[in-house]
Write a protein that binds this ligand. Structure first.
Ligand SMILES: Cc1cc2nc3c(=O)[nH]c(=O)nc-3n(C[C@H](O)[C@H](O)[C@H](O)COP(=O)(O)O)c2cc1C
Length: 323
């Protein structure tokens, strides 16, 4: 088995999504959950803890993620998560949004390796759980990872996940495989590559260029083609009717799940539409599918979905390069 990890995509790869995915599709070994909001001096919000609680994540092992630049708050969250039964927590050092990075959290910490060093010194000394980190190449400068990697090498970390872009790039532009290979070469921890694994071909290409990677993290590629992790694991190309059946089941589990986890029909509708922003790519004409779903309302949503499922699916399940 190739170790594949579902990437955290805030608003999308939540508990409902992760469970439905694990029932309908295979290939992932675990998932890193979208980041928990830490508030200085406060405990974790019960609703956020429920998202990562083991009893709600029985189908796919989940690793909670935290976003903070404050060691005492970090440690308090690690203790809470340990009490909830977690053995590993991921530290987000990659979030690029100005409200986060601009305030020195997420990717905003990457230019300041000394500060990362200070936080890790305080936190790893007393942490009751193993810590993994998720970083980018840098905030503005794609070589910031070098000083950061030297810091990481001084601590005991479960693994280092690299999204091979700078924060300035957000989610677009080329991933930098050359720098990812440099980071892999420097890193003494298990190294996880992340970024633009969009099909079996791009995966094999990256695998060739990054020998020694311990695991691969996939986000949007799997959201747009949920069959991708299974294909990477060597699974067969499925006939369209088999794929359609599994997509219908997946949709049903999402719809029912959000009915239970969210309050109000409008809230559920908004969440489903967010999901369809990715899911539409499993169909041959994603734009047409998404625009029909976007215009739907609680009164006609189910019939629009049924019609959409009569539209043909994307070619063969390997065709996921388009965004
Ligand atoms: C809408 C959105 C939300 C995201 N939320 C998170 C998050 O909560 N934590 C995190 O570490 N990364 C987050 N990411 C980044 C992804 O985990 C991943 O690093 C990125 O999408 C690149 O991988 P991919 O090309 O396989 O999608 C987010 C990305 C997107 C597009």
């Amino acid at each position: 088995m190739i170790r594949l990890i579902l990437a955290p995509i805030r608003g999308v790869t939540d508990v409902v999504y992760r469970n439905a995915f694990a029932v309908c599709f295979g290939g992932f070994e675990s998932a890193v959950a979208p980041f928990l909001q830490l508030r200085q001096g406060h405990s974790l919000r019960p609703a956020e803890l429920r998202q990562v609680a083991h009893e709600n994540n029985l189908s796919l092992r989940v690793i909670p993620q935290v976003l903070t630049h404050h060691a005492p708050t970090f440690l308090a969250a690690l203790r809470e998560l340990k009490s909830a039964g977690h053995e590993e927590v991921n530290w987000n050092l990659g979030c690029p949004y100005p409200t986060v990075a601009g305030r020195g959290r997420g990717a905003g910490l990457l230019p300041d390796a000394k500060r990362i060093d200070g936080i890790l010194a305080d936190v790893t000394r007393e942490s009751p759980v193993q810590i993994s980190v998720k970083i980018r190449l840098g905030y503005h400068d794609p070589d910031e990872f070098q000083a950061v990697m030297e810091v990481f090498n001084r601590y005991s970390l479960k693994e280092v996940i690299l999204h091979a872009r700078t924060a300035d790039q957000m989610y677009d532009g080329e991933v930098d495989i050359t720098r990812a290979a440099q980071a892999l070469g420097m890193c003494r921890h298990p190294f996880v590559y992340n970024g633009d694994i969009a099909g079996t071909e791009s995966f094999l290409d990256m695998k060739r260029q990054l020998p020694g990677v311990a695991a691969w993290m996939i986000g949007r590629g799997a959201l747009m083609n949920p069959f991708l992790p299974e294909l990477i694991q060597g699974g067969p190309l499925l006939q369209p009717d088999v794929r359609r059946e599994r997509l219908v089941k997946f949709h049903g589990l999402l719809f029912d799940g959000y009915g239970r986890w969210l309050s109000g029909e409008q809230h559920r509708m908004d969440k489903m539409k967010e999901q369809w922003g990715y899911l539409a790519h499993a169909f041959s004409d994603p734009q047409a599918v998404f625009s029909r779903i976007r215009r739907s309302h609680p009164g006609n949503y189910q019939s629009v979905v049924e019609e959409v499922y009569r539209v043909s699916l994307a070619d063969n399940g390997r065709k996921t390069e388009q965004k």
